[in-house]
Ligand binder design. Structure first.
Ligand code: F6P
Length: 237
């Protein structure tokens, strides 16, 4: 694991941006994308570049079950508004959370991943160490599946909804094994609220209790942190 620590989320985002642009220039074919608040500034910088990505396919990590792509809280909507409508990607893929047959949708998505191996996967993490919507306890062998969201994740994500009851209870998510198939992984975590999970990801044994700790087993993972997220790491003391 390559751990990079920056003074601020802005500096950390700049470092992440530089890596993504470099990979685009090197001819990356497929990029894995995350949602949530963490990569927002990265997407803002990317969409301002006019970079030609007509050779690039995107695959997103996850989508809430039950939210139409037109629902502003859906990750389909988020991706369209934050990135896709500004950039000329060849193809964009986000799971369909309103598919009639959700199991078939998971199989369809896993097939897309098979046909488009991810060159660079951007990841964020939940305060409980989840990646995608793979909550603590999820098998490291998991592929795309329907995940039940934990009360703590629904609590953490309720800030995006009007009422807590509106936060979906399930999501379609790439599994941990699907995520680990990426040739390169870039994890971003900012703020004190992530510090505990960051410590468990980097300085503790690999365990399903902290899904992000699996990144210790990845041959090419870079963790990009601001000082606050890194504040509980051994090396920072
Ligand atoms: O960046 P945030 O808003 O803290 O979200 C954390 C993570 O949780 C998720 O929303 C769940 O998939 C991820 O997409 C995201 O990386």
């Amino acid at each position: 694991m390559n751990v990079l620590i920056f003074e601020s989320p802005e500096e950390a985002t700049k470092a992440a941006f530089d890596i993504v642009i470099k990979r685009f220039e090197e001819g990356l074919k497929t990029i894995g994308l995350a949602t949530g608040s963490t990569p927002l500034k990265l997407y803002e910088k990317l969409r301002d570049t006019n970079t030609d990505v007509s050779h690039v396919t995107t695959v997103n990590l996850d989508e809430y079950v039950g939210l139409e792509p037109t629902n502003p809280q859906s990750y389909n909507y988020y991706m369209n508004e934050e990135l896709f409508k500004y950039m000329n990607f060849a193809t964009t893929n986000v799971p369909n959370g309103v598919a009639e047959d959700l199991e078939k949708e998971c199989e369809r998505y896993e097939e897309i991943l098979k046909n488009h191996p991810v060159d660079l996967q951007i990841l964020g993490m939940g305060p409980n160490g989840h990646i995608g919507f793979n909550e603590p306890g999820t098998s490291f062998d998991s592929i795309t599946h329907i995940a039940e969201l934990t009360p703590s994740t629904r609590e953490a994500n309720k800030r995006f909804f009007d009422k807590e009851e509106e936060v979906p209870t399930r999501a379609i998510t790439m599994g941990i094994s699907s995520i680990m198939n990426a040739k390169e992984i870039m994890m971003l975590a900012f703020g004190e609220g992530k510090a505990e999970a960051v410590r468990n990801m980097i300085d503790a044994p690999v365990t399903v209790d902290c899904p992000a700790s699996v990144l210790q087993n990845h041959p090419n993972a870079t963790i990009i942190l601001d000082k606050a997220a890194a504040s509980k790491l051994q090396r920072d003391k």
